[in-house]
Design a protein. Structure first.
Ligand code: 5AD
Ligand code: SF4
Length: 449
């Protein structure tokens, strides 16, 4: 009998990337094969995002062009996973009859049964959320590589008024520290060099005994050649203990993604962000004192309900004060079921667009200036591959997550660390010359534990 072949496409955040790896493991264990070609598959899964309206529109568009595969000779089952599945549930099938399976983020263990139902001509729907499911015992399927995502907690309890995630991903719950550490040990043996610990609210991780600072410390001790990154942090849970843990562990990257969302206290309150700009700026300053050289990135929403020009100017002011290394910037998108959905979406589309453009232009100028300031400085780069534009150059990232391009050589290769001197910069990329390859002893010397 031919095995069932599954093709999976992932949208949205890195949590979804990690979830798709879980789904692949669950299906492989049931005898499925994976394929990278949708036309070869008889199961096509889209792991989806609902965070903004345009994310969902894109996925509807994609479902439209998958239709022709369904019409072909394979008896293709089409499944929608993730946040859109959770949000729209059976309505998704009503709206789009070619969808056979709808499975939300906490029901992936049952996906094989739902697929069986679909193969038997039914529709499979699994959208229960769980207070306990962490998939702690399932090792995600990962191809060999340098960089791995590990989801360490799921869900979100913050209820920012614009955000659909607490409804699509449910309440916060954390995996155990020991299983995460074991996963990193396996990755170390396979030659991975970078692990990103993931959670919607990663710094509120707690497994009953350990908090996120304990987890970061334990993760960093597994293999000092593995860089540890983490995302996303909420300003409310960025403790001093965590800042010291980042500072004390050389392989925990000096990079914090700390979304501010708006520069206006009034808007922050309407968003239920639970901090004021003064509190946020104090936090940034404290982090800079405890972790020398730390860099920050942020998320910004332009045009939240009732946002005035004055509120918008306050957001520009925060960008100028903090001088982030990077930012993800969005127009406000009303999401049904959220608290903000009940507020009038009263900032006209063109004003939202104009404000977003101003925010992007300012941030780009700041990113460019900050990168220019690095010219002449030394950085340690993990080599990730050849540059996209030319085989004669390697590409890698600094500790602070900046893409850096430098001449390739046989003396060093993918997975090595090199010390470089920055020679040039745009707003998005650094250029460098290599000074030396970092020896394995370097990582031993820097061991703190
Ligand atoms: N509209 C626009 N942006 C949003 N985000 C979350 N919800 C919305 C929304 N309704 C942004 C926030 C969050 C990032 C992941 O997406 O900035 O930090
Ligand atoms: Fe999108 Fe949020 Fe769901 Fe991630 S958790 S896929 S960002 S809606």
């Amino acid at each position: 009998m031919n095995k069932n072949k599954v093709y999976i496409e992932t949208y949205g955040c890195q949590m979804n990337v990690a979830d798709s790896e879980l789904v692949m493991r669950i299906l492989l264990d049931k005898g499925y094969e994976l394929t990278k070609k949708p036309e070869e598959a008889n199961v096509i899964l889209l792991n989806t995002c609902s965070v903004r309206e345009n994310a969902e529109q894109r996925i509807y568009g994609r479902l439209g062009n998958i239709k022709k595969l369904k019409a072909g000779e394979n008896n293709v089952v089409i499944g929608v996973l993730g946040c859109m599945a959770e949000r729209l549930r059976e309505n998704l099938i009503e709206k789009n009859r070619m969808v056979d399976v709808v499975v939300g983020p906490d029901e992936y263990r049952n996906l094989p049964q739902y697929l069986d139902e679909a193969f038997n001509g039914g529709k499979g729907i699994g959208v229960r959320l769980s207070r306990t499911e962490t998939y702690d015992d399932i090792i995600p399927y990962r191809e060999d590589g340098l960089s791995a995502w590990i989801s360490v907690m799921r869900g979100c309890d913050k209820f920012c008024t614009y955000c659909v995630v607490p409804y699509t991903r449910g309440r916060e719950r954390s995996r155990t520290l020991s299983s995460i550490v074991n996963e990193i040990k396996t990755l170390s043996q396979r030659g991975f060099r970078e692990v990103t610990l993931l959670g919607q609210n990663v710094n509120s991780y707690r497994d009953g005994e350990n908090d996120f600072a304990d987890l970061i410390t334990a993760a960093a001790q597994v293999d000092r050649k593995i860089r540890i990154r983490f995302t996303t942090s909420h300003p409310q849970d960025l403790s001093d203990k965590l800042l010291y843990a980042i500072a004390e562990n050389p392989n925990v990257c000096n990079y914090i993604h700390l979304p501010v969302q708006s520069g206006s206290d009034r808007i922050l309150q309407l968003m239920n962000r639970t901090y004021t700009i003064e509190h946020y700026l104090n936090l940034i300053q404290k982090a800079r004192e405890i972790i020398p050289g730390v860099s920050f990135s942020t998320d910004i929403i332009a045009g939240f309900p009732t946002e005035t020009d004055e509120d918008h100017k306050a957001t520009l002011e925060v960008l100028k004060t903090v001088r982030y290394d990077g930012a993800f910037m969005f127009k406000y998108s009303p999401r049904e079921g959220t608290k903000a959905y009940k507020m009038k979406d009263d900032v006209p589309e063109e004003v939202k667009g104009q404000r977003l453009r101003e925010i992007i232009d300012l941030q780009q100028k700041i990113s460019y200036e900050k990168n220019q300031e690095l010219i002449g400085k030394e950085e340690i780069i993990l080599i990730e591959g050849t540059s996209r534009k030319s085989d004669e150059y390697f590409s890698g990232r600094t500790d602070t997550n900046k893409v850096t391009i430098f001449p390739a050589s046989e003396k060093y290769g993918v997975g090595d660390y090199v010390r470089v001197k920055i020679t040039g910069a745009t707003s998005a990329t650094l250029f460098a010359d290599v000074l030396e390859k970092i020896s394995p002893e370097f990582f031993e010397v820097h061991k703190t534990a």
